[in-house]
Design a protein around this ligand. Structure first.
Ligand SMILES: [Zn+2]
Length: 110
């Protein structure tokens, strides 16, 4: 992919995320419910596809991260980001940097 296409792709994805954020924050309840019907399925499919590309190989290393000589150990940053955003209950109310950041990444009970 050349630089122009990569930039266009990146811009389009960020614009879509901005659009969804605006809907979540500004739309009325029926509109948000409608959004959930379509966008949650799309987002879970996107996460599954992304995570499938980063599944560990037979040696416990990410199939996508790292160079051809040395793959990164699993879990890679994609999996830790998924865990942080999908499993941790409320990342907005917990620190994401600093000495308490690691505690916010712990799985929740239940
Ligand atoms: Zn990876």
């Amino acid at each position: 992919m050349n630089e122009v296409l990569a930039s266009t792709l990146r811009k389009a994805v960020y614009e879509r995320l901005d659009y969804l954020d605006r809907l979540v924050n500004e739309a009325d309840l029926p509109s948000r419910a409608s959004l959930a019907d379509t966008e949650i399925a799309r987002l879970t499919a996107a996460w599954r596809s992304l995570l499938a590309n980063h599944e560990p190989d037979e040696r416990g290393r990410c199939r996508a991260c790292g160079g051809w000589r040395r793959r990164r150990p699993h879990p890679c940053s994609v999996w830790t980001t998924a865990h942080k955003n999908l499993i941790v209950v409320d990342t907005r109310s917990t620190p994401t940097t600093g000495r308490h950041a690691a505690a916010s990444c712990l799985p929740t009970a239940g």
